[in-house]
Design a protein around this ligand. Structure first.
Ligand code: ARG
Length: 420
């Protein structure tokens, strides 16, 4: 290990071109020694032990590989599933959930190594810079934060030249035009030809899911068991979270399930075209909601979805380490006390649908719902109920007859323009 009297900076290191160049750039620009942190969160494609070693070759004084998969699943993924957290109704937030955990590790390593600053490889246009920096600021406001990609003016080609001049190994000079981030909960793919929203996603960039129309012609049925909103078994087999998610990514991916293609509103004001592959997340969110619809009251479900939107925005916007997050989570946890049971899911050519659901604490009372014999519903009570439930509407329709115009088919939709 190189010895030096310089101060240290902790860099969240991915092994890619940007953060590799950043090691030497931080040495030169800030006269700081670089300690790299590589975080394993279940990304399937990158050899992070190789990245860890590469950082040392480039000039880091220390390089640490942290296996964050268990923390990620236990404290980030499962709570977000219990919360039904889908940003703008669709995105399960693999990337958004990973960033605050990376920030936590950066701050921990900074403390252990007496570093004065932290750095990351996020650009100035995205959400990731916000998540990592607010994460670091809330966990240790004394640390300085450097975002090399916001400071340097190098283009990609200039970065490649810089790497050559500094003896930094660069795997491929011809980079895929897509920007990809992945962890166990999903894969985010953006940029390239996707920047035109009219362009359909080509086959190439998706690697976890098959084309839905090339998926098996026979549907696959699986059963997921939940205990208080957390999946604990697959087809009756008890499984830890990491294994369950990885298995489900594979099974559902084979059936083309988990593709998301959306126009997304970034926190920094940019509307952007984002595509995701999240087979396990899509199946589990769908199954979780199905189980909640069986085990939660109407009012609980309605309130829950209101909280889910708030919670997803909060996570997406990088406010993980906040009091409001804890408050919302306290509600979410409480709401899950009866969300236990089995959901049978059908995976078929890109779709994951609920085939069946059951629970020991189900709120479904067949004797109330049935149209067959054994009906216990009090039909006579319905008459009085309707009278009172509709009383306000009936009274208003009568007393404001002309202003409302609800008795005419046209003005029942758009009221008459006459002023009162
Ligand atoms: N739009 C997503 C988010 O903000 C994904 C970002 C992906 N990041 C990346 N480096 N490609 O969470």
């Amino acid at each position: 290990m190189a010895k030096s009297k310089r101060g240290k900076i902790v860099l969240a290191y991915s092994g890619g071109l940007d953060t590799s160049v950043a090691i030497r750039w931080l040495n030169e620009t800030y006269d700081l020694d670089v300690v790299c942190v590589c975080v394993q969160m279940g990304a399937a494609t990158r050899d992070l032990e190789a990245s860890r070693k590469k950082a040392i070759k480039i000039g880091a004084v220390e390089s640490i590989l942290i296996d964050g998969q268990q923390d990620f699943v236990d404290y980030f993924v499962w709570p977000s599933l219990q919360a039904d957290a889908l940003y703008e109704g669709q995105y399960p937030m693999a990337t958004s959930l990973g960033r605050p955990l990376i920030a936590k590790y950066m701050v921990d390593v900074a403390r252990k190594t007496n570093a004065v600053a932290v750095a990351h490889g996020a650009t100035g246009k995205g959400n990731d810079q916000v998540r990592m920096e607010i994460g670091c600021r809330t966990l240790n406001p004394k640390l300085k934060i450097v975002a090399p990609l916001r400071e340097w003016t190098m283009t990609r080609d200039q970065e490649i030249d810089y790497a050559a001049e500094h003896g930094i190994p660069v795997e491929a000079t011809k980079k895929s035009p897509f920007s990809i981030d992945e962890n166990i909960w999903g894969r985010s793919v953006e940029c390239g030809m996707l920047e035109d929203p009219w362009n359909e996603m080509p086959k190439g960039p998706y690697t976890w899911t098959v084309e839905p129309d090339e998926a098996p012609a026979k549907p696959k049925y699986i059963t997921i068991t939940f205990e208080q909103g957390i999946p604990v078994a697959l087809d009756g087999r008890k499984m830890g979270g990491i294994a369950l998610i990885k298995t489900l990514n594979e099974i559902a991916g084979k059936h083309g399930v988990g593709r998301i293609d959306m126009m997304e509103n970034r926190l920094v004001g940019i509307k952007s075209r984002e595509t995701y592959e999240a087979p396990a997340a899509v199946v589990l969110h769908t199954a979780h909601r199905a189980l909640q619809s069986l085990t939660m009251s109407k009012d609980q479900v309605r309130f829950k979805y209101y909280v889910a939107t708030l919670y997803a925005d909060l996570v997406y916007n990088g406010l993980w380490y906040t009091a409001l997050h804890q408050d919302l989570m306290a509600y979410v946890r409480s709401s899950q006390r009866c969300v236990s049971g089995d959901v049978r899911m059908k995976l078929y050519k890109g779709s994951a649908t609920k085939a069946g659901v059951k629970s020991d604490v189900s709120l479904y009372a067949k004797s109330l719902a049935t149209y067959d014999i054994g009906d216990t519903f009090d039909h006579k009570a319905a008459e009085g109920f309707i009278k009172l439930y509709g009383l306000s509407a009936q009274t208003q329709a009568l007393l404001q007859k002309d202003a409302l115009g609800v008795r005419d088919i046209k003005t029942s939709v758009v009221p008459p323009t006459r002023k009162y």
